[in-house]
Design a protein. Structure first.
Length: 432
């Protein structure tokens, strides 16, 4: 038997996500399948952080964005992993496809529908292929819902409901960081909600056709009712008004160096080491430069007539979601509350799906909890990325470029509909 080729990867965007989701697992779990060969980032300090946290990467060559071509020539990767700031994704993806190189991209694939169109068109001309890492497809309850839909338990899908609640700690963290500027993230209707839109797109197997939305910024920014003063340019670590900030006081005490245990946030941890050059991840959530929304309500119509009712709020007293899929034969429904340590009420640790046949009695279907980050989604998607899709799974689960475009197009249409007060029609003609 021929020896399996170990695939070579260059990491573009040495973010915390890039290090922990991809780089470290390649060294420590998937060494028989994957080999990191290069790091690329705009900030040299990120290379130091990476090599400190991942000693195995000490000898990896490093490159600036302007050296992308040089990196390809010197290290000859088989694929690039794109994990930097959202606005950089399209540039790296298009450059890789131009060199016939495969791409693994963190979501969102790009910050505009037009950039997604360019990527889909470039992929047609390239021998390289794009995969977007929508790990939210992988939690056990979502995979089971997909299986039940494919089995015909709900019949033809008529409408879906998804309500997402992001608590005051997690929600405010987006307004501390680079995400708070639309030019960087496309807004939360793309950066965050693309996860949600992709899930429902995948569950129903449909192509979104039109979007109508309402929304705004009610909790953050200079006009927030919680802003202690109009002063601009504050950072949490040195802010003299932080004890007057309701968001800070919700999760911190008066101690100057409080450490709040958390999974991936920690935005209000005072005394935190700054691991970036010329960038602060604890900028004030009330700054006037913030130009994205914190609340959305949207309706989406699909080409086959199915409908989605979606809402998302980024400043709630608890965190979780409710999801339902309705069809001509019945209804599937599930809910989950995230981060139980932060949820201010008792929650069931094990998630379940309720199935309501259109004419009959409810069935409760328990799902086995996922193991690992994002309810088991990260470990499973890494297996599919580095080893290959699970041959025993009877349906496609990895997202390609077209599906990634769908999710961005819906997210962009949400804020355009809010801004322009109209129904936004979607155009995927480049996919034909």
């Amino acid at each position: 038997m021929a020896e399996k080729k170990v695939k070579r990867y260059a990491l573009c965007g040495v973010s915390a996500r890039g290090i922990h989701m991809f780089l470290q697992p390649m060294y420590r779990t998937f060494a028989a399948y994957a080999r990191p060969v290069a790091l690329l980032d705009i900030d040299p300090l990120r290379f130091e952080v990476c090599k400190s946290e991942t000693p195995e990467s000490a000898d990896l060559p490093t490159y600036q964005p302007c050296e992308f071509g040089k990196m390809l020539e010197e290290t000859r990767p088989d694929a690039v992993i794109v994990a930097g700031v959202d606005r950089t994704h399209a540039e790296y993806i298009l450059a890789a496809l131009a060199h016939d190189i495969d791409v693994i991209s963190e979501k969102p694939m790009a910050t505009t529908s037009e950039d997604c169109r360019k990527i889909v068109e470039a992929e047609k001309r390239s021998r390289g292929k794009v995969v977007c890492t929508f790990n939210f497809r992988y939690p056990p309850a979502h995979r089971r819902m997909r299986e039940l839909i494919l089995e015909g338990r709900v019949g033809r899908i008529t409408n879906m409901d998804l309500t997402w609640y992001v608590d005051t700690k997690h929600g405010s963290s987006y307004f501390n960081r680079w995400n708070r500027m639309r030019c960087n993230s496309g807004g939360l209707s793309i950066h965050k909600s693309s996860h949600h839109f992709d899930l429902v797109n995948w569950l129903c197997g449909g192509s979104p056709e039109s979007v109508h939305a309402f929304g705004g910024r009610y909790y953050y920014g200079a006009d927030s009712p919680y802003n202690p003063s109009p002063k601009a340019g504050r950072v949490c670590e040195t802010c003299e008004e932080r004890l007057k900030c309701a968001y800070f006081r919700r999760w911190a005490t008066r101690q100057d160096a409080i450490e709040v245990p958390d999974d991936h946030i920690g935005s209000f941890t005072v005394g935190r080491k700054n691991q970036y050059t010329d960038y602060r991840p604890d900028r004030c959530i009330f700054d006037p430069e913030i130009d994205i929304e914190d609340t959305y309500i949207a309706n989406v119509r699909y080409a086959d007539g199915a409908l989605l009712n979606y809402s998302c709020n980024f400043s709630m007293p608890f965190e979780g979601y409710r999801l339902a899929v309705n069809g001509t034969k019945g209804r599937l429904e599930t809910q989950e509350w995230h981060a139980p340590a932060r949820t201010p009420f008792p929650v069931e640790e094990q998630q379940y799906i309720d199935y309501f046949p259109l004419f009959g009695s409810r069935e409760r279907l328990w799902s086995v909890p996922g193991t690992g980050s994002h309810n088991g989604g990260d470990p499973l998607i890494r297996e599919d990325l580095f080893i290959g899709p699970d041959p025993d799974r009877p349906y496609k689960i990895l997202s390609g470029a077209l599906e990634a475009w769908y999710s961005v197009a819906v997210g962009e249409a949400v804020w355009r509909s809010i801004k322009e007060e109209r129904i936004v029609r979607l155009d995927f003609s480049a996919a034909d």
